[in-house]
Design a protein. Structure first.
Ligand SMILES: Nc1ncnc2c1ncn2[C@@H]1O[C@H](COP(=O)(O)OP(=O)(O)OP(=O)(O)O)[C@@H](O)[C@H]1O
Ligand SMILES: [Mg+2]
Length: 367
């Protein structure tokens, strides 16, 4: 019996969830279609598999039926063909920064990086926050509750990061860490990151160190570099801003953020003038939106009408968003059919529109 028929015999709900095969999460045809929000029939993906256009799946036996299951590392090759994001035109650097804490900077950095990597773009995340939130999200295996403190401390001390690159002990490519996606790497936030700022202060051209020694080399190997910044000003943040092709700045749809916005905009302008750089391209993303709250809706509308570069897309305040971060998954992977996932896909398109892209979507290019 050919694969297509076997899939057609499977009960309709069998593909609704990813089922574990040998303890590994796997993805059915339907889940893949949902993750990418792809407007295709399930037979299209099955046919692409039979034609060898996407990787070979495993076959999951359920009763007398068999169905295709792909592993997570196989998704980028499928996303390139059936995904929603366009290919980038040249290597790009996105800096995610806001002076305000807890406004979803790391959530945005993580979703941008993971979703781009799921579209077969080569992505590197550089964590620039000593809180280490993006490092935790990108290395879930380290979050083992049973690991004793001594082991955690020893491992942390042994890990190399930006400080070791700054000291000249290692090359930037030596500190790249792997993830479950072959297309996604990262530089972890080690304890030494706290010393980078102090060390940079006495160096000539201190604001350009990251660009020259980390970002420019990474751009030779990656399509996209994502910088997840801390919520406070530092020399490292200056370094991130001068290296950025695009600043993505989340703005809470809350009155406290609204009040501080003028200062933040003036600050960015002063920084650009002081550094004598061209104005950085900026995208502002309304976050923690609460559609049921009048003030939140009014602030969102004000942002859209008055802030140049404000996205139509938002991230709404949602439990499923928090859950996705806890599960170390992008929203579309964690809850593919949720409205929050759909909004995240739209938002990613808004952000990618601000970057130089190939005119066709990844799916059109691959077709
Ligand atoms: N859609 C959402 N709605 C509400 N909370 C969310 C949502 N998505 C993620 N969160 C949670 O909000 C918290 C803050 O998010 P995040 O860490 O991305 O903010 P941040 O701006 O990076 O914070 P910091 O300034 O400390 O670096 C996290 O616990 C995150 O899991
Ligand atoms: Mg953060």
């Amino acid at each position: 019996m050919r694969g297509k028929n076997r899939d057609q015999l499977a009960p309709q709900n069998i593909d609704a969830e990813a089922l574990p095969v040998q303890n590994q999460e796997t993805f059915s045809i339907q889940k893949i279609i949902n993750v990418f929000g792809a407007d295709i029939h399930r037979d299209t993906l099955a046919k692409a598999e039979r034609l060898g256009q996407v990787p070979q799946p495993q076959w999951k036996q359920t009763g007398s039926l068999k169905a295709r299951r792909w592993t997570v590392d196989q998704l980028p090759a499928i996303g390139e063909r059936f995904g929603f994001l366009p290919k980038l035109d040249g290597s790009q650097v996105i800096c995610v920064f806001s002076m305000k804490g807890g406004v979803l900077k790391t959530t945005l950095s993580f979703n941008i990086a993971r979703l781009a990597a799921l579209h077969n773009l080569k992505v590197c995340v550089v964590g620039l926050d000593t809180q280490g939130d993006i490092t935790k999200a990108l290395s879930p295996e380290q979050e083992n509750e049973d690991t004793d403190l001594a082991t955690v401390a020893t491992t942390a001390r042994a890990e190399s990061g930006l400080f070791d690159v700054l000291r000249g002990n290692v090359n930037v490519f030596d500190v790249l860490c792997d993830t479950d996606l072959p297309t996604l790497k990262f530089i972890r936030e080690t304890p030494g990151l706290a010393k980078v700022d102090m060390e940079l202060v006495s160096r000539p051209h201190r604001e350009w160190w990251l660009k020259k020694n980390v970002i420019d080399p990474l751009k030779t190997r990656f399509d996209l570099v994502v910088l997840d910044c801390a919520p406070s000003w530092s020399t490292l943040i200056s370094n991130a801003l001068v290296a950025a092709d695009l600043l993505v700045s989340p703005m809470e749809t809350k009155i406290s953020h609204f009040r501080n916005l003028d200062d933040f905009m003036a600050f960015l302008g002063d920084f650009e003038r002081m550094m004598e750089i061209q104005p950085i391209k900026k995208v502002f993303v309304p976050t923690k939106y609460q559609s049921g709250r009048k003030l939140s809706s009014e602030i969102r509308s004000w942002y859209v009408q008055n802030i140049k570069g404000c996205t139509a897309g938002v991230i709404r305040e949602a439990m499923v968003g928090e859950e996705a971060m806890s599960a170390c998954k992008s929203l579309p992977e964690h809850a593919p059919t949720s409205s929050a996932a759909s909004e995240m896909r739209d938002l990613m398109l808004d952000i990618f529109r601000a970057l130089p892209t190939q005119t066709k979507t990844a799916a059109e290019v691959a077709a």
